[in-house]
Each structure stands twice: as structure tokens, then as C-alpha cells.
Design a protein around this ligand. Structure first.
Ligand code: 13P
Length: 251
């Protein structure tokens, strides 16, 4: 069936040496695990060194964002071929922090997803509602808008390379996790959207991660839900033991 995927989004944390040391600690804790995909997403400046550190291990590398042009006069951006060049396998796209603080839109998310795919990087597409949207009963319409907006014009094989991360914004960094039932409900809704847009077969293959205050204490219950295929972990991924424990609980 679907192999669980646990990704650590390190956000704006860790110097190069700190990132490498966290990576080395993590490798020791998860080296026997082969039935979970394990991904870490350091800051851009640490990607190359972390890539060297994970060489030969069961850990894969992700970037936290990408720009859609390959090169040119776009000061401050980093492109898909550049991420590929430093050994990235995945790239997180459309994280709510980018939507909130850096004017990311469905259109830019879609352009970034296409750029990543065209350079053989697998997108982790983030979607999720704000607290006020949930309270106003708009969760499904927001999720539908984010999912459909991100995947405009993707072929079946392109879609097959994508992972979707459902991250309710109200659960990120707040310690307030969605209940397993709340997560399952939205994950199932996302799978139904994929079924409508593509097929039952494709929908049943796509991994949908949950993100938002995932910790060793709540990971097992969340990931035992039928449509929850892993986690996108923020804070708890900055500690090797916590992250390794979450990985183990996803099996
Ligand atoms: P926390 O696990 O810190 O809530 O962050 C979740 C997240 O945003 C992962 O991308």
C-alpha cells in the first residue's frame, strides 16, 4: 500500500554545523528503518552539507521552497535545478507560513510545483485552513481551493510524484493538534478531490501527510487513521529523538 512518509521541516533554524550534527544524531536513531520514507528539510544554506551527511543513509533531502524560473535576474531566489544540484529529492511548496508572510498564492504554488516536477523534484504541497475559516465552516472550500489551485494542468504521472500535506494553520506551532477524526475527515476529503480530478486509482496512491503540532505523544493515533500517510513535523523535528520516535510510530 502507501509507504508512510515522515518529513521534518526545520523552518528557519540551525546553522550548517548544527544541521549536520542533528542529521548525524538522527541517522543513528533511524538506520534500521526501511518501511518509512524519512525526509529532512534544512535551510538552503545547509542543504549541501546535510546531503553529504546523509550519503548512504535511509534519509532523503528536501528544500523548504523553490522559485519557478531556472535562472535569471531574480535576486534572493533558488531554482529547481539548483536544488537538484545539491541533492534534493523533495521540495516543500506552499507552506502556510509562505502563504501568510511571503504572499504565496495558489498560482505561485502551481508554478513552483511544475518547476519542481520538470527537474525531477517531488513536491510536498501544503494546504490548510485558518482558524477563522474553520470556525466559519469554510474548511472544505479552502482545502478544495488550495488542492485544485496547486495541481492545475498536472498530468497523471506528475500528480503521482506529489505528496500533499494537510496542515491546519491553527495547529501549527500552537500545541493544538487536530484530533485524529478531524485529520481523517479532511484527508478523506482531499482523496475524494483527487478521485474527481484524476481517478480512484490515483487517489488511492497519493500520500497525504498531516502537519501541525505532531509529537511522539500524538503521532501514533494520528497516523493510524486510514487516510493519514505520514506527517510533516516542525518543532519536534528539531530534536533527533522526538523525530525518530515519530518515524517509528508511523510504521
Ligand atoms: P509544528 O510541528 O511546529 O506545529 O509545525 C508544523 C509545520 O508547519 C510543518 O511544516
Amino acid at each position: 500500500m502507501r509507504t508512510p512518509i515522515i518529513a521534518g521541516n526545520w523552518k528557519l533554524n540551525k546553522t550548517v554545523s548544527e544541521a549536520v550534527s542533528l542529521t548525524i544524531d538522527l541517522i543513528k536513531l533511524v538506520d534500521k528503518i526501511s518501511d518509512v520514507e524519512i525526509v529532512i528539510a534544512p535551510v538552503f544554506t545547509a542543504l549541501s552539507d546535510v546531503h553529504d551527511a546523509i550519503n548512504g543513509s535511509n534519509i532523503q533531502l528536501a528544500a523548504q521552497d523553490v522559485y519557478w524560473e531556472d535562472s535569471g535576474a531574480f535576486t534572493g531566489e533558488v531554482s529547481a535545478p539548483m536544488l537538484k544540484d545539491v541533492g534534493c529529492d523533495y521540495v516543500i511548496i506552499g507552506h502556510s507560513e509562505r502563504r501568510q508572510y511571503f504572499a504565496e498564492t495558489n498560482e505561485s504554488v502551481n508554478q513552483k510545483v511544475k518547476a519542481a516536477l520538470s527537474h525531477d523534484l517531488k513536491p510536498i504541497i501544503c494546504v490548510g485552513e485558518l482558524l477563522e475559516e474553520r470556525e466559519a465552516g469554510k474548511t472544505e472550500s479552502v482545502i478544495e481551493d488550495h488542492v485544485k489551485g496547486a495541481i492545475v494542468d498536472l498530468s497523471v504521472s506528475e500528480m503521482e510524484s506529489c505528496v500533499i500535506a494537510y496542515e491546519p494553520v491553527w495547529a501549527i506551532g500552537t500545541g493544538k493538534t487536530a484530533t485524529p477524526d478531524q485529520a481523517q475527515e479532511v484527508h478523506n476529503f482531499i482523496r475524494n478531490i483527487l478521485e474527481d480530478c484524476y481517478s480512484d486509482k490515483l487517489a488511492s496512491q497519493i500520500r497525504i501527510q498531516y502537519g501541525g503540532s505532531v509529537k511522539p505523544e500524538n503521532a501514533e493515533e494520528l497516523m493510524s487513521q486510514p487516510d493519514v500517510d505520514g506527517a510533516l513535523v516542525g518543532g519536534a523535528s528539531l530534536d533527533a529523538e522526538s523525530f525518530a520516535e515519530i518515524v517509528k510510530q508511523s510504521r
